[in-house]
Design a protein around this ligand. Structure first.
Ligand code: BTN
Length: 259
């Protein structure tokens, strides 16, 4: 199986008939999330996948930049037209993080999800996910470090890649197909079968049992994570009691009290 080089459409087609027909490939673009939004506004179908080799303006959460080395990583966005009502759409983030962790694990790494959707391997970030919504669509943008051998020093967090964790190069097309297959399963669970998603997510939640500091609405809070609520919120025990955190910026682990 090929492990290096440009994205190979023929290989993608061989690996998955189902997905190959939905891929919209750009040699280069600003951000796949932006391309997905433009295509959504022009009527593109549910599960169109925007894939690129080079992003010139890749975006992360909180307005940060996201860099993906051409030929090494994965930068893609999945356009969804959910049948679930908009108040459930934040669950796409949990589903996507879990799906990435499961896909990475199916290739021999052990991966955890740092709520809501960063994927971590051995305390280092291997994948970032940017979920954005429009009026009648959701975009799940995924940046996964696959064959990267090094990262810029100025990153705000310790980063890793599948290559760095295993000393093996991976076929990016195969990683992508595994990821899409897990995504399809987990994204289908955001509504009536959310319990199934939650129970798998809880087993991989890197924050449970940890003392953390996070920022909510420009306020810093500290507390111990007791788990994930039945709606997917982070359960944080603070000096004021048990709080349900819906959304947070900058989550930092202070110490571990897990058994
Ligand atoms: C984060 O951890 O801050 C989220 C990073 C998300 C990066 C991906 S790469 C593909 C898609 N296009 C973007 O511009 N961002 C997401």
């Amino acid at each position: 199986m090929k492990t290096e080089g440009e994205w190979n459409g023929e290989l993608l087609a061989q690996l998955s008939q189902q997905w190959a027909s939905r891929v919209i490939f750009f040699d280069e673009c600003g951000s796949t999330n932006d391309e997905a939004r433009k295509l959504a506004q022009k009527g593109a179908a549910h599960e169109a996948l925007i894939l690129t080799e080079r992003q010139t303006a890749g975006r992360g959460r909180r307005g940060q930049a996201w860099a993906c080395i051409p030929g090494k990583g994965l930068a893609c966005s999945l356009l969804l037209r959910p049948s679930a009502p908009p108040f459930l759409w934040s669950r796409h983030a949990l589903a996507a993080g879990l799906a990435v962790a499961e896909a990475v694990e199916s290739l021999g790494l052990s991966a955890m999800v740092k709520w809501p959707n960063d994927v971590w391997v051995h305390g280092r970030k291997i994948c970032g996910i940017l979920v954005e919504a429009g009026e009648d669509f959701v975009i799940v943008g995924i940046g996964l470090n696959i064959n990267d051998a090094n990262f810029p020093d100025e990153l705000a967090y310790p980063a890793t890649s599948m290559f760095l964790e295993t000393q093996k190069s991976f076929c990016r097309e195969e990683v992508l197909i595994r990821l899409l297959d897990r995504l399809q399963i987990r994204l289908s669970q955001i509504d009536t079968t959310f319990d199934e998603l939650l129970s798998a997510f809880r087993k991989r939640c890197a924050l449970t049992g940890k003392d953390i500091m996070l920022e909510v609405n420009q306020q810093t809070k500290t507390g111990r994570v007791e788990g994930i609520s039945s709606n997917g919120e982070l359960l944080l025990r603070t000096s004021d009691g048990l709080e349900k955190v819906v959304q947070a910026n900058m989550i930092r682990i202070l110490s571990s009290h897990a058994p």
